[in-house]
Write a protein that binds this ligand. Structure first.
Ligand code: FRU
Length: 450
């Protein structure tokens, strides 16, 4: 009942980070951290899917399993890059002997994109520089000025988090270049990434152990970015990528249009109490692909253009004026899995948008133009985790919502902010309702069944 329809989730067991995202030989490949044996964290494999359009996915055989001495307790997160027509996967081999951790940065190569030949470690546990603990993982490999770079999440011996970088001419021999984050980011930084877009650059990562502050950093762990070059001293601040409940360990890749695209994990480490576990034996999903653009020191995230392929039977309304309550079932608009785009003209006042609603349940997105505050409230959503998340938003022009069986993703304005979270309503919670204390004009509303 809660298995998502158009978000990627595991057939059973636990899904976490997206790995090895790449557009290669005219096909998209997604791998993800998968524990097929239980709905909890354990020795991870790399599950594999491919697609020609980022929308219709074909399940592939598992690409990497924890079967070798250098990855026996998990083929942990990593990335993909093409070299001479072959697909190179870099990942962290997690090894634990009597509770003592070892981390190996490993390589596996494929010619056909189906079977992957493990080549073993390219950076040995013994070669982790002595300033760091064995929390040293998640290689993201890319090329800059003809040199391959690998960024890794790391923990210093004083138990503070940072990101380190290695470089290589051949993807086989790697040389340690140093830390690229000088300050302390909690106790660990996971899943680093780096993008360039029209001469602006951003370092993306998932720090653990940052304290919450007002609307900021309210999830167990964070994912965000700093607008800066690899070796630049930090001037700009760390900005969260998503303002909802579950979003972690995102990774980027270049799509068929050479644009940066991001996919994240809709989940949070150590939060396993989702109702899909007991009733359906699976947990967690991946976000939809989001196209990234860096504008005025901010990353804007918008649903990937190919997602339009999901759309069925459009209902389009224009210039709707309403006071108090608008029940969209009057327009035959309701559902379990859909896309809803709402444009406002000169928004003032407030709005509550109730999704997946029945007499007792609702998931509410709201905006208040006096407080300049956007909020997602899942206190009454149904089963599962509850709570409220908010962020500051100067004004409201557009809300772009995707509702799946147990997930919502809400994009505001043109990708200024995004709220992602899991909800577990009953399957008769189908209503959509708008409420306001003032009177509002919706200049355009588009609804698509997905
Ligand atoms: C992030 C993470 C990574 C690690 C992987 C293990 O969620 O902890 O740092 O490689 O998950 O599944």
């Amino acid at each position: 009942m809660w298995k998502n329809k158009f978000h990627i989730s595991p057939p059973y067991g636990l899904l976490n980070d997206p790995n090895g995202l790449i557009y290669w030989n005219n096909e998209y490949h997604i791998f993800y951290q998968w524990n097929p044996n239980a709905c909890e964290h354990g020795a991870k494999s790399w599950a594999h899917l491919k697609s020609t359009d980022l929308v219709n996915w074909e399940s592939m055989p598992v690409a990497l399993s924890p079967t070798d001495w250098f990855d026996k307790n998990g083929c942990y997160s990593g990335s993909a890059i093409e070299k001479n027509g072959e697909l190179y996967l870099f990942y962290t081999g997690n090894v634990k002997n009597n509770g003592i951790r070892e981390s190996y940065q490993c390589l596996a190569i494929s010619r056909d994109g189906i079977t992957f030949e493990k080549k073993g470690p390219v950076i040995h546990d013994q070669n982790i520089p002595k300033e760091y603990t064995k929390h040293f993982r998640d290689p993201k490999v890319f090329i800059q000025n003809g040199i391959y770079k690998m960024v890794l999440g790391a923990q210093r011996n004083d138990l503070t988090g940072t990101i380190v970088i290695f470089s290589s001419k051949d993807l086989i021999h790697w040389e340690f270049e140093g830390e690229i984050i000088k300050e302390n980011f909690g106790f660990m930084c996971e899943c680093p990434d780096f993008i360039e877009d029209s001469n602006k650059k951003a370092l993306i990562f998932s720090p653990q152990g940052i304290e919450s502050k007002g609307y900021l950093y309210n999830n167990r762990y964070q994912s965000g970015y700093i607008i800066r070059d690899l070796f630049e001293i930090q001037k700009n601040k760390f900005i969260e990528l998503d303002r909802g409940f579950e979003f972690y360990a995102p990774q980027t890749f270049k799509d068929e249009y050479n644009k940066n695209v991001l996919i994240g994990w809709i989940g949070m480490p150590e939060e396993l109490d989702h109702p899909s576990v007991k009733s359906e034996n699976w947990i967690h999903s991946l976000t939809l692909p989001r196209t990234l653009e860096i504008k005025e020191n901010k990353i804007l995230q918008n649903p990937h253009i190919n997602l339009k392929k999901l759309r069925k039977n459009a209902i389009i309304l224009e210039n709707i004026n309403f006071q108090d309550i608008l029940d969209l079932s009057n327009y035959n608009i309701f559902g379990e899995t859909y896309e809803l785009i709402i444009n406002f003209e000169n928004f003032s006042g407030n709005i509550d948008i109730n999704l997946r609603k029945n007499e007792r349940q609702k998931t509410t997105f709201s905006y208040d133009s006096i407080e300049k505050k956007a909020t997602l409230d899942r206190s009454l959503s149904g089963s599962g985790y509850k709570g409220v998340r908010s962020c500051y938003l100067e004004n409201l022009e557009k809300i772009h919502i995707f509702v799946d069986k147990s997930t919502v993703e809400i994009f505001l304005n043109n990708g200024e902010e995004v709220f992602t979270g899991n909800i577990y309503p009953n399957n008769n919670s189908l209503g959509i309702e708008f409420k306001t204390n003032s009177s509002l004009c919706i200049s355009k509303l588009k609804f698509y069944n997905l």
